[in-house]
Write a protein that binds this ligand. Structure first.
Ligand SMILES: *[C@@H]1O[C@H](CO)[C@@H](O)[C@H](O)[C@H]1NC(C)=O
Ligand SMILES: *[C@@H]1O[C@H](CO)[C@@H](O)[C@H](O)[C@H]1NC(C)=O
Ligand SMILES: *[C@@H]1O[C@H](CO)[C@@H](O)[C@H](O)[C@H]1NC(C)=O
Ligand SMILES: *[C@@H]1O[C@H](CO)[C@@H](O)[C@H](O)[C@H]1NC(C)=O
Length: 161
């Protein structure tokens, strides 16, 4: 099973702050994304450099038809996630590994090629994981837990804990 081919998961959680304030404003103030190449907006490339040199994602034609340059997305244009963000009036969801980013309107934990189960487990079954990095959903949820106190000022996410 190749993790590259598999649509892992794309969750969109909305922080409901100001959710029902009318006036045609978006009900959503934030997107939190998990997944693989269907949703990664740059994590693999930031992670991989310089660990995995020569990633095709770093070169054209990736990014060619919309951004005009490679962005780390596994496409020449935009991802479904980009269209969702646009439709909700939110900025493009910044990759978690883009240190110093403003995550107040969303954060993206997705990594190209990420499997659902962790690397240690899959390698124990002699399955090849490519790229061989700790980027599984398990790992992405751990990143989320780490960042959670600073998201939505901690209020809404703690409720459902
Ligand atoms: C982060 O972005 C939000 C809007 O999305 C803005 O209100 C806030 O001032 C920004 N924070 C910083 C530190 O730039
Ligand atoms: C990896 O996943 C397995 C199976 O779910 C789990 O038992 C193990 O604790 C996980 N290891 C790490 C390092 O997360
Ligand atoms: C994985 O491969 C090693 C070395 O060939 C073998 O000893 C081991 O039994 C294999 N593990 C599984 C779960 O197939
Ligand atoms: C992945 O995580 C496990 C458990 O923390 C660690 O032992 C292993 O070295 C990591 N592998 C890579 C490639 O980072």
């Amino acid at each position: 099973r190749t993790p590259h081919g598999a649509l892992l998961l794309l969750f969109i959680l909305a922080c409901l702050r100001g959710a029902y304030s009318g006036g045609g404003r978006s009900r959503f103030t934030s997107i939190i994304s998990f997944g693989d190449s269907y949703a990664d907006t740059g994590n693999l490339v930031m992670w991989a450099d310089p660990v995995l040199p020569g990633l095709p994602l770093k070169n054209l034609p990736y990014g060619e038809t919309f951004f005009g340059h490679p962005t780390g997305r596994a496409t020449d244009g935009r991802l479904v996630l980009d269209f969702i963000a646009e439709a909700l009036g939110l900025p493009s969801v910044p990759p978690y590994l883009a240190k110093g980013s403003n995550f107040s309107a969303g954060v993206n934990f997705a990594v190209v090629g990420a499997p659902a189960l962790n690397l240690t487990y899959l390698q124990g079954l002699n399955l090849t994981v490519n790229p061989p990095i700790n980027s599984s959903l398990h790992d992405q949820l751990a990143w989320f837990q780490k960042l959670k106190p600073s998201l939505c000022k901690g209020r809404y996410l703690q409720k459902g804990k």
